[in-house]
Design a protein around this ligand. Sequence first.
Ligand code: PEP
Length: 235
Amino acid sequence: MSRRVLIAGNWKMNGSSADLDFFQALECRTDVDVLVCLPATLIAKAATLTAQSEIKIGGQDCHAAPKGAHTGDLSAAMLADVGAQYVITGHSERRADHGETDDGVRAKSEAAQAAGLVPVICVGESQDDREAGRHIEIVTAQLAGSLPAEGPFIIAYEPVWAIGTGLTARAEDIAEMHAAIRAALPIGEAVQILYGGSVKPKNAAEILALEDVDGALVGGASLEAESFNAIIASA
Ligand code: PEP
């Protein structure tokens, strides 16, 4: 089955209105989908700026409830209301900083789907898990706990030790994990599986050429149009 390639940026807690000229500088291709997951404060403006383009806008988290007494949180419907089409769920920084569990990630992902968003569900092992040879077991357990019963969803495999560190998993390790993830999914052939973890212009082509890698989730290198364009170009 042919799946489209998706290059997704994650700006994390970076960026202000002045940085949205990024979108004018983006060089998209018809054969590659481009998504930028922004701080919630920038979603509405970015969605307006990109409305006439194929660029897709996403959030970085949502609450599992549709509304209610959750001060400071945002529901998936709120993100959709201002133009988001996707939302990242279960990023390792949220699992670490906010104690998010697989059950909670599944609830958020289901809430995203209910609001018409596609969740980009993140999984990945720690350095200790990899060194102990438990990486496949850990990631398949995260998948079993975090995935909604049905699509649509996207998986991002992000080894925790490779995020923001400049360390990238070896090609053979990425290929092994992506194959294991696909085999573990009931609708595996249809699901886009992204790799994330220090994807840069210099390593993107090798990673994106791997079987079962359908794109990348890019943090640091998505903050500048020049480096993000280079990654899109190498897809
Ligand atoms: C991420 O934020 O999901 C990520 C992979 O970051 P970086 O590319 O900076 O490692």
